[in-house]
Design a protein around this ligand. Structure first.
Ligand SMILES: [Zn+2]
Length: 264
């Protein structure tokens, strides 16, 4: 059974400030280690739950965050960016039984994590009128290949979003954002619970996890800088929505992934 794992850092236990998420910044090293431990816990849980093969995507910033020295022999890791539209779930295809997201975070447009954003920090993204999270974007990307998401860890703003989206997806809340602060669980608890809950999530049936893709997607990319919105509105079939938004309508979710890859 093949399992796909995508790992980010802004939902890892304790991360609070951007300097803690940047490769080689002095503040970064503890959080890089904690990200690695939470991912290793997810891998152990997945294997206990029946995974025989794992593909791991390092999916934050440089995409070279994880210390890969202890990865089990049945795990491969994608480091760096492929630059294809699957982006944070690159390499995910219909051969996978399920996907797991570690260290995910609240969406751009949310006040629930000081590091809340979606894909980039210079624009927020709406899909069908609602601010969209990386969880939503990547869950739909997995759904394109018929692959459901069974476990997600991240801040409580995100886990509450998932609860309303599909309560069968198992979640673990690592922290709560309050203003520019975070209230985190113990890093040790995050590791233990990630392993336990990932294993439990492996037993949830694919039918109960699978989400249906909407028939149509109205994508709005809302830029901080209105001049960038104007420039990017010349993307094929996109329109400029004054004063700072590019709008794009399609019924093909891969086209959503494509425009996000080029315009964010
Ligand atoms: Zn990130």
């Amino acid at each position: 059974m093949k399992v796909y794992i995508s790992a980010d850092i802004e939902g890892i236990t304790g991360t609070t400030s951007w300097s803690e998420t940047e490769l080689n910044a002095p503040d970064y090293h503890f959080f890089q280690k904690q990200m690695t431990k939470e991912v290793e816990a997810a891998i152990e849980g997945a294997i206990l739950g029946g995974a025989t093969e794992i593909l791991l995507k390092d999916a934050h910033d440089s995409a070279r965050n994880l210390d890969i020295s202890n990865l089990p022999v049945n795990c491969k890791v994608i480091r760096g960016w492929t630059y294809d539209p699957m982006c944070m779930v690159a390499g995910l295809d219909s051969s996978f039984n399920r996907a797991i997201f570690i260290g995910y975070h609240s969406k751009g447009g949310s006040e629930r994590n000081p590091l809340a954003h979606t894909l980039c920090v210079t624009a927020d993204i709406k899909i069908n009128g609602e601010y969209a999270s990386e969880f939503l974007i990547n869950t739909y990307a997995a759904a394109l290949h018929g692959v459901p998401v069974s476990f997600v860890s991240g801040d409580v703003g995100l886990t509450e979003e998932i609860e309303t989206f599909n309560p069968n997806i198992v979640t673990f809340a690592t922290k709560e954002g309050v203003g520019n602060a975070t209230i985190s669980v113990s890093p040790r608890l995050a590791i233990a619970e990630t392993k336990r809950l990932v294993e439990a999530s492996m037993k949830v049936s694919r039918n109960n996890l699978q989400v249906t893709l909407p028939k149509q997607f109205v994508v709005e990319i809302i830029y901080r800088d209105h001049t960038r919105a104007y420039r990017n509105s010349f993307y094929p079939n996109a329109t400029f929505k004054p004063h700072n938004t590019v709008e794009f309508v399609t019924d093909d979710y891969f086209e959503v992934l494509r425009i996000l890859q080029f315009l964010t």
